[in-house]
Design a protein around this ligand. Structure first.
Ligand SMILES: NC(=O)c1ccc[n+]([C@@H]2O[C@H](COP(=O)([O-])OP(=O)(O)OC[C@H]3O[C@@H](n4cnc5c(N)ncnc54)[C@H](OP(=O)(O)O)[C@@H]3O)[C@@H](O)[C@H]2O)c1
Length: 317
């Protein structure tokens, strides 16, 4: 999912610069999307990771591969390719699969996602999958409808219902704004408990590989509520760069989205996320990481320090 790649400037309010980039982010954690073992043993039972090049799928695939578990990490660019919009690509991806990590793209709230998830779940069951782990979003009625389809599948299921990702600032939609020093959004002072994706991936891997997680809805959040201004301050502190939050109106935000040439479904999604989902409904902490892993979630300051050390926020040459 891509929007303009234009870089933000501090003064812009209605340009592309205010548009968060819902790009098909490539995770810094290298996915093992085509393990050698895939070719030699076509029928070996394996774990299917959807969105295998994405921020969460990449991390999940890398963790499973490090454990030596047989995986198949797929997306539109893998071999075999998997495309949510082309069900003829699904059977090859699901061949000899025991468990599936379902990360839908671009978002479960998009019109049509529920039907697609329902169809995919039926196909997975028909082909013999026994365990489904669904990545879902908090406070989205449409996502909760998709959760119910997975819960009613007759298969073992786990739902990982996530707050907004910390890594949106370093690997996703908000990275360019961070690099430009100004995060321009219509977020107001609503607080969000940003979740670290390394925690989320650990929860997903536990649910895919361990007993005891079937039938659980893990609502995963970070341990602290932050406004976007507070998140910007943490990033500035960790990176040593000036990064500020700049409030813009929803109207200016949407004008920027339109100006960026974003596709209709992306424009719809961004409007929905900032006007509806980010209204305070998710401004509470949840214990999904603690319940699934028996440890506390990672604080945003720790995430920011790690991201700064990775060099992702260094000024482009
Ligand atoms: N960002 C947040 O704060 C947040 C919070 C809660 C939940 N979520 C959920 O997280 C999910 C996205 O996961 P993510 O962040 O790990 O992904 P991501 O980094 O946005 O990457 C998208 C992944 O999906 C693949 N993809 C894109 N279009 C596809 C298609 N039509 N068919 C098959 N694969 C496709 C991409 O690879 P190719 O381009 O190679 O196909 C890539 O692997 C969404 O369902 C979203 O609702 C996000």
């Amino acid at each position: 999912m891509k929007t303009s790649t234009k870089t933000a400037t501090p003064d812009s309010q209605t340009t592309n610069d205010s548009v968060p980039r819902r790009r098909a982010a490539k995770s810094t954690a290298k996915p093992e999307s085509e393990p050698e073992s895939e070719r030699g043993s076509e029928r070996q039972a394996r774990i299917l990771v959807l969105g295998g090049t994405g921020k969460t799928g990449g991390r999940v695939a890398a963790r499973l591969a490090r454990r030596g578990l047989p995986i198949r990490a797929v997306s539109r660019s893998s071999h075999p390719a998997f495309d949510w919009d082309d069900p003829t690509t699904w059977p090859a991806a699901l061949d000899a699969v025991t468990a599936v990590y379902i990360a839908y793209a671009p978002d479960l709230a998009i019109p049509g996602a529920t039907e697609t998830i329902g169809r995919f779940v039926q196909q997975a069951a028909r082909q013999g999958a026994r365990r489904l782990v669904l990545l879902s979003g908090r406070g989205e009625a449409e996502a909760q409808r998709c959760e119910r389809l997975v819960q009613d599948s007759g298969l073992d299921w786990t739902v990982v219902r996530a707050s907004w990702f910390s890594q949106n600032f370093s690997e996703g939609e908000f990275l360019d704004m961070v690099l430009a020093g100004q995060i321009s959004l219509p977020a107001g002072d609503i607080k969000e408990p940003f979740v670290d994706l390394d925690d989320l991936a650990d929860v997903v891997v536990a649910a895919l590989t361990e007993a005891g997680h079937a039938g659980q809805v893990y609502e995963v959040t970070g341990p602290r509520l932050l406004s976007f201004a507070e998140a910007a301050a943490e990033i500035a502190r960790a990176s040593g760069r000036p990064v500020e939050y700049h409030q813009i109106s929803q109207q200016a935000f949407l004008a920027g989205v339109a100006q960026s040439g974003a596709p209709d479904n992306l424009a719809w999604l961004l409007d929905y996320l900032f006007s509806t989902v980010l209204d305070g409904r998710n401004a509470q902490l949840c214990d999904g990481v603690q319940r699934a892993l028996g440890r506390a979630p990672t604080d945003f300051a720790t995430y920011a320090s790690r991201a700064a050390r990775s060099g992702v926020w260094q000024a482009p040459a």
